[in-house]
Design a binder for this molecule. Structure first.
Ligand code: SF4
Ligand code: SF4
Length: 298
């Protein structure tokens, strides 16, 4: 079984149907492409294309995707129990380190080479956030043992030393499923983004509510709730909104809910029942924008 898992480090990265690009032709999400240093990711009309010749299965895109929609294992990451082993082959993001921290990682292990500048920056930023959250920082520890085994050496060591070694290098808690890279899962009492809706522009068409896979928006009776802690900044709402009424602002704080009241009305032109933030508005937004010569859509 362990051998199967180690072999699966070679597995291709796969995009699942939750990807914003596949769900919405207006999606402008490029997070995975920005994360890929090998420029192996491009986009066609409705999906993400991974160039298998360029992709080295480092997993940076899997970790970066705000909706955690990519399948695969980040092959470059190695752990020794609760230590992430420093490697110049990649640089972890703050998001990645925060997730590892919640899963039990508390140190970064170095041998003779000190952390490079990029790792140092990511670690400082992560520790700054952890301090805000009142949590212990991630520390750097030195290990004289040579833990950075190449894949070939790892397989030969495994044959020699058996399952015990494999367990220490690949404990179960580091085998992440595709939906386990979602930060909101680990910090449920916090919000990382604030969702700002401009009530003067919003027509309550509800397109954003349908496209938000995190279910940030909740309509109940005559009240709209915006549950900021669920937002992962996937930009599906800002991409779909025809009125440009939504803005996502990065902000780490205790989770909060915005509650907005709205009115339910009957359009004077077409008779359609619609919702509006504005009390005095007597036509639905379709009739407001419709050429008066056109027939009513209802
Ligand atoms: S509120 Fe917008 S940006 Fe946040 S998760 Fe929902 S769709 Fe994505
Ligand atoms: S898509 Fe835009 S206009 Fe429609 S409900 Fe959302 S914020 Fe309002």
């Amino acid at each position: 079984m362990i051998l199967n898992w180690l072999e699966s480090l070679h597995a291709d990265v796969k995009i699942t149907e939750k990807c914003s690009r596949q769900r919405n032709y207006r999606s402008t999400c490029i997070v995975c492409a920005q994360a890929c240093k090998l420029e192996a990711i491009s986009f066609n009309e409705r999906t993400v294309v991974i160039d298998s010749q360029r992709c080295n299965s480092c997993g940076d895109c899997i970790i970066a995707c705000p909706l955690s929609t990519m399948k695969g294992l980040p092959g470059t990451r190695k752990f020794d129990h609760t230590s992430l082993i420093f490697s110049e082959a990649y640089t972890p993001t703050e998001k990645e380190l925060l997730i590892y921290k919640k899963r039990g990682m508390n140190t970064i292990q170095i041998t003779d080479i000190p952390l490079n500048e990029q790792w140092g920056f990511a670690l400082n930023e992560t520790n700054r956030i952890l301090k805000l959250l009142g949590e212990k920082p991630i520390e750097v520890v030195r290990n004289s043992k040579e833990e950075k085994l190449s894949r070939r050496a790892l397989f030969s060591s495994l044959q020699k030393e058996g399952k015990q070694l494999a367990r220490s290098l690949a404990p179960v808690s580091w085998q992440m499923e595709e939906d386990e890279w979602n930060l909101t899962r680990y910090y449920q009492e916090l919000q990382f983004y604030s969702v700002e809706m401009d009530k003067n522009k919003c027509t309550l068409c509800q397109a954003c509510f349908s496209f938000c896979q995190q279910k940030v928006f909740r309509l109940e009776d005559s009240v709209l709730q915006i549950q900021h802690e669920k937002c992962v900044n996937c930009t599906a709402c800002t991409d779909i909104c025809p009125e440009e009424a939504i803005r996502i602002r990065p902000e780490i704080k205790e989770k909060s809910v915005t509650v907005e009241s709205f009115f339910t009305k009957k359009c004077q032109d077409c008779g359609h029942v619609y919702a509006s933030f504005k009390k005095g508005k007597e036509k639905c937004h379709i009739c407001v924008n419709r050429d008066p010569e056109w027939l009513s859509p209802y």
